[in-house]
Write a protein that binds this ligand. Structure first.
Ligand SMILES: NC(=O)c1ccc[n+]([C@@H]2O[C@H](COP(=O)([O-])OP(=O)(O)OC[C@H]3O[C@@H](n4cnc5c(N)ncnc54)[C@H](O)[C@@H]3O)[C@@H](O)[C@H]2O)c1
Length: 332
């Protein structure tokens, strides 16, 4: 018996990492027991970026289109994957800029997917990707994993609605849900973007690649961070968990490394030298600073850790890992 897996948002940053990891394995733990991976359905608006992966793995089936599209939902209903990893989303700045689009994808498409899944012959394991953006706090404070979420953005609000839908559908036995609140991911490869958190990757990635980066916030700001590799491994931990381990509480705030910007720059200096730190230009942006000060600087996560979810060891380790994967460095 093999287990089919659907990944939505498979061409995105975390989706492609999870797809690559699954594609490298024959078996993984799912719902408390080892299972052989069957077909991997990789869904995204465009799947062009996944053609190479699919060429090398006959188990990967690419599905191009929107989750908001009824034809796509019919394809999912026909396939009845036993595991759904729902990563498709309109992310923070885009959801803030376009309220309608954010609601359509982050809320309505999530509900549409749950609605299809509840009609499967057997309730599928359903991993939903949320974010620590559901939280807000006074002045970059320390909070707990079960602090009441009070989102200060459309994105955080939409993710919280998704969390509650997953919780309710799981309570009713329609899906076997588990929601992961991902920390801010750093170091994210690629280009700087319009997200308020963009600098958290930019101040490491750009200087290491010989380019300047702008630091729009004070160096005393703290961030709850995880590496892309940790985001991927914690997603596999979520798939592996037996449903009983959740005790009906389907939302899990993932552990992270709590680090100040000053500590990030110290680590950058150790790994990239004075030249790298010299490429970080302080240019205060009141709007960005205001947004990020409403984010928790640290989140205590004993429940998640007890369930097997892990944080990275340190910011140095995160930067070392990123540097080792940079094309220009891995050659040397
Ligand atoms: N990366 C982070 O820092 C971070 C932090 C917290 C939470 N998350 C969450 O993790 C998930 C993955 O994040 P990511 O960084 O890989 O984002 P991403 O933007 O790289 O990927 C999201 C993918 O979803 C796809 N998508 C958007 N609308 C769609 C639709 N209607 N139908 C099908 N696909 C659609 C996009 O094309 C994109 O490839 C998201 O749900 C995000 O909210 C990410």
């Amino acid at each position: 018996m093999t287990t089919d897996i659907l990944i939505t948002g498979a061409a995105g940053f975390i989706g492609k990492a999870v797809l690559t990891e699954l594609s490298s394995k024959d078996q993984i733990d799912m719902d408390g027991a080892p299972q052989t991976i069957g077909n991997i359905l990789a869904l995204d608006l465009s799947t062009d970026a996944l053609l190479d992966l699919a060429d090398h793995d006959p188990r990967i089936r690419l599905i191009s289109g929107s989750l908001a599209d009824k034809d796509i939902l019919h394809q999912i209903a026909a396939a009845q994957p036993k595991v759904i990893v729902h990563l498709a989303a309109v992310v923070s700045s885009a959801a803030e800029a376009d309220f309608r689009l954010g609601v359509d994808v982050n809320v309505n498409a999530t509900i549409g997917l749950i609605d299809v899944a509840r009609q499967f012959n057997a309730a599928p394991l359903f991993v939903f990707s949320s974010s620590v953006a559901v939280f807000s706090c006074a002045d970059n404070d320390t909070i707990d994993e079960d602090t009441l979420p009070r989102p200060m953005s459309s994105y955080g609000t939409q993710k919280l609605i998704g969390e509650l839908m997953v919780r309710d559908a799981s309570r009713k036995g329609m899906i076997r849900g588990r929601t992961l609140r991902f920390p801010t991911i750093s170091v994210r490869p690629g280009k700087p973007n319009a997200a308020a958190s963009s600098f958290a990757s930019g101040i490491i990635r750009e200087p290491l690649a010989g380019r300047q980066a702008v630091l729009p916030v004070g160096k005393d700001l703290r961030l709850h961070l995880a590496s892309p590799e940790r985001a991927c491994s914690n997603t596999l931990t979520a798939i592996a968990l037996p449903q009983d381990a959740l005790h009906a509480e389907t939302t899990i705030t993932l552990p992270g490394v709590s680090v100040t910007v000053a500590e990030m720059l110290e680590a950058l200096q150790k790994i990239g030298g004075d030249d790298a730190v010299g490429r970080v230009i302080e240019q205060h942006d009141t709007k960005v600073a205001q947004i990020v000060r409403s984010w928790p600087g640290e989140i205590r996560t004993p429940r998640a850790e007890q369930m097997g979810f892990k944080a990275d060891e340190s910011i140095e380790q995160i930067i070392e890992l990123h540097a080792s994967l940079m094309p220009e460095r891995s050659k040397s």
